[in-house]
Design a protein around this ligand. Structure first.
Ligand code: SF4
Length: 675
């Protein structure tokens, strides 16, 4: 038997584990004891995610649509069909008639080549990933206020934080090993503050649990800032040395009042005050927030960064901001430029100077106009402009939070899907290219603490499949591009020149010490565990003044409940990896015995008032739609709030329809269905 260190490819924690092989099969999984993130622990998904490679449902041959049916086809024919289709659509409708979308689970190499194919070969910035507007908001705020769109400190540093704030992230479900680190820190004496609408497992362990009304986060943080200022706890030496915009921010802070905020947020003022004082007085305070589906508009993220700057809780061991990227490579695909308005390394598409830098590397002019978001693509095909879609490991028909991916794809002249399986999305494709699985190829992923890590090849790929990056290269070549990458390491070699903060991230370097945290440059080849620790930001941090305003969720007598969406351990994004992993799928089915069509969480007291019992059929009515679902009655929920796990797709579709991207809160009425 052989074993090899690799990286779990499920969530953004990026735990280190060993895969044990016998012949050409993975027969065992062991957590790495010395990996800096998981230190000998992995969650149930890590133990079983490799099972996906053995699924009997794996595609082994390209599929081509002929006479309305997908049929097996040789590789040469499938690739030539794609190239001819893209060429034809571009010549008839222009490059912006083609959109490229990938999963935030794609490797860095796939993500980089996909956006390069879009921009350098096709000539469009219609490039996006499936994590949606929530991640975009976080990136833009962090770039604007800190200059770096990522978590500032290492996960391991949470052990040295004396205050940890967890906001909007159900860590035990989303990133279980990080939940374990937080709980162990609390057991060692750290104060744990949880801000959330749901009393989840980490909240159960909190010293201070601020169970706020959904949509009131910015108001809560504004009130905390007011407490800090009024008590003279603003870190003025830090602010004056390293920040801009404090006076304008301060002028707005004076508008907040603790009692008013407490009333609007539904959190006792003493709790808000205690949380603010604990955060400001901490030797080192860490603040973790979700950039995923439960997450927020830009303003609450701005309020979080304001608070960290106000208290000077950044740039020291255990003091920082953790922008949690729940998908395993959400950080990486953004670093690679899978964004409609940003090139590799977060260079603005609209900036002439930024484009010229990338044009010099790629040797071709690049389009200047920002492209369509994934939401625009699925809402109405960008106003009907999009005629072709390329989807790399992305299954929007099952997972997209908004829009109607299925009907948008049905209206396209060409849909290309790269995937392990014939997903719900792939069923709408004209060409399906079967790809390699975890353990069958050597590629890299970047976790939520900026750690660029190798996922190693431990077995030979399934006969007939090929790496997605290779497929992208072959189509680019067929379209006339001079691309000649001999391996994924070659692709990473080019990434090192196109993404400045990956400059020294060669495979040789990454193979040492559990990868490297970016910036990993020739000056700092060992990487950067903590941003801003040398006392210098690239430029100074910026406060953003936030006017006090009332919460945006307008509840009424007709629609008195706030409906929120979120994650669930086994149902995580109706994840295709879970559906095709034997053990995880079994767990999935156990829950389905009780709730065959999924469930909606309802507060126990609310349920009592409405005469609803666990397992009853209920109807959620909103102004724009209605959905019938099964109630799960739980004390976890805040009164007046209803929670739908993200996998229960029919509720989102029936309630939201094609609503604006970014809708996470909807006023609803709850009715018991007649028996
Ligand atoms: S916490 Fe995330 S990365 Fe770690 S084992 Fe679980 S799914 Fe994998």
């Amino acid at each position: 038997m052989a074993h090899r260190l690799t990286t779990c490819t499920f969530c953004g924690a990026g735990c280190g584990l060993y895969l044990e092989t016998a012949g050409n099969r993975v027969v065992g999984v062991y957590p790495s004891m010395s990996h800096p993130v998981n230190e000998g622990r992995i969650c149930v998904r890590g133990w079983h995610v490799h099972e996906v490679a053995d699924s009997p449902d794996r595609l082994r041959t390209p599929l081509l649509r002929r006479n309305g049916r997908l049929e097996e086809a040789p590789w040469e024919e499938a690739l030539a069909f794609i190239a001819a289709g893209l060429r034809e659509i571009r010549s008839r409708h222009g490059p912006d008639a083609i959109a490229f979308l990938n999963s935030p689970r794609c490797s860095n190499e796939e993500a980089y080549l996909m956006q390069k194919l879009a921009r350098a070969v096709i000539g469009t910035n219609n490039v996006d990933h499936g994590a949606g507007v929530y991640s975009h908001n976080s990136i833009n705020v962090l770039l604007g206020m800190l200059g770096a769109p990522a978590t500032t400190n290492s996960i391991g540093e949470l052990a040295s934080s004396d205050v940890i704030v967890v906001d909007g992230a159900d860590l035990a479900q989303q990133m279980p090993t990080i939940a374990g680190i937080v709980i162990r820190a609390r057991l060692r004496g750290a104060k744990l503050v949880v801000i959330d609408t749901r009393r989840h497992r980490v909240a159960e362990n909190a010293d201070l649990f601020l169970q706020l009304r959904p949509g009131t986060e910015a108001l809560l943080y504004g009130a905390m800032a007011k407490v800090i200022v009024d008590r003279g706890l603003a870190n003025l030496p830090f602010i004056h040395a390293r920040c801009l915009g404090y006076e304008a921010f301060l002028a707005r802070v004076h508008d907040y009042d603790l009692a008013g905020a407490a009333d609007a947020c539904g959190v006792p003022s003493q709790l808000i005050e205690s949380a603010a004082l604990a955060y400001a007085r901490a030797r080192s305070a860490a603040l973790l927030y979700s950039t995923g589906i439960e997450a927020r508009e830009a303003e609450p993220v701005e309020a979080i960064v304001n608070l960290a700057l106000l208290a000077g809780q950044i740039g020291r061991p255990g003091a920082g901001i953790y922008a949690l990227t729940e998908h395993n490579n959400l950080q990486g695909v953004c670093d690679m430029g899978v964004l409609p308005d940003r090139l590799p390394g977060y260079r603005a598409v609209a900036s002439d100077a930024a484009r010229e830098e990338v044009e010099a590397i790629w040797g071709t002019p690049l389009p200047a106009r920002p492209g369509l978001t994934a939401h625009a693509m699925f809402a109405d095909r960008g106003g009907g402009r999009v005629r072709a879609a390329w989807l790399c490991r992305y299954d929007p028909v099952s997972t997209a939070f908004s829009g109607d991916a299925a009907s948008s794809l049905q209206q396209c002249e060409l849909v290309v899907a790269q995937h392990l399986f014939l997903t719900e999305t792939a069923k709408h494709a004209h060409v399906v290219l079967p790809t390699t699985a975890f353990g069958e190829e050597r590629v890299t992923f970047t976790n939520t603490e900026r750690r660029i890590q190798l996922a190693e090849q431990v077995v030979e790929p399934l006969s007939g499949v090929s790496p997605a990056w290779w497929q992208l290269m072959k189509v680019a070549q067929a379209l006339g591009a001079d691309w000649h990458y001999r391996s994924s390491a070659d692709v990473m070699g080019e990434i090192a020149s196109a993404v400045p903060f990956y400059g020294a991230a060669t495979y040789d370097n990454l193979a040492r010490d559990y990868g490297r945290q970016w910036p990993c440059t020739h000056d700092h080849p060992l990487g950067t565990p903590r941003l801003f620790s040398d006392g210098q930001a690239a430029s100074r941090f910026r406060f953003v003044p936030i006017a006090r305003r009332q919460p945006t969720v307008a509840l009424s007598a007709d629609y008195p409940f706030a409906l929120v969406f979120g994650h669930s351990l086994y149902y995580w994004h109706r994840n295709v990896l879970i559906q095709h992993s034997e053990t995880l799928r079994r767990e999935y089915r156990i829950l389905l015995l009780d709730y065959p069509d999924g469930f909606v969480d309802l507060n126990a007291d609310d349920a009592l008032e409405l005469g609803i019992r666990d397992g009853d059929r209920i109807r959620l009515r909103a102004a724009g739609g209605a959905a019938a679902v099964t109630a799960r009655v739980t004390p976890e929920m805040r009164r007046g709030t209803v929670y739908v796990p993200h996998f229960v797709r029919q509720v989102q579709r029936q309630i939201l329809g094609t609503a604006e991207d970014g809708v996470t809160l909807v006023p609803v009425r709850v009715e018991k269905e007649a028996a």
